[in-house]
Design a protein around this ligand. Sequence first.
Ligand SMILES: [Zn+2]
Length: 114
Amino acid sequence: MRRHTASCHCGAIRFAFDVQIDEVVICKCSLCAKRHAVMVGVPRDSLQILEGHSALSSYRWNTGQACHYFCSTCGIYTFHQRRIDPAMYSVNAFCIDGLDVPAIPLRHVDGSRR
Ligand SMILES: [Zn+2]
């Protein structure tokens, strides 16, 4: 387990979490496909917003159970609360400081069927 820090592009939003990153996930639901998200699973209890809580905007669609957060200034998707498991967040892997995303095993999931 390792502490990771992450931020949006403009830096308004900074957050941190403790997780061992063994894989990154690509989902082919219509939203993840359009934003081309590559994600890391993080337990909700572990994720801390360090800065910029008020800069977070959210987007809900379909059943409205998942909540997708993004920066209201730079528009970057930061993380979302999962629909199937609200105790988990998925974090935008490319927001994580110093993470070599292409070096991590990639798993494809289809969130639209679950
Ligand atoms: Zn931003």
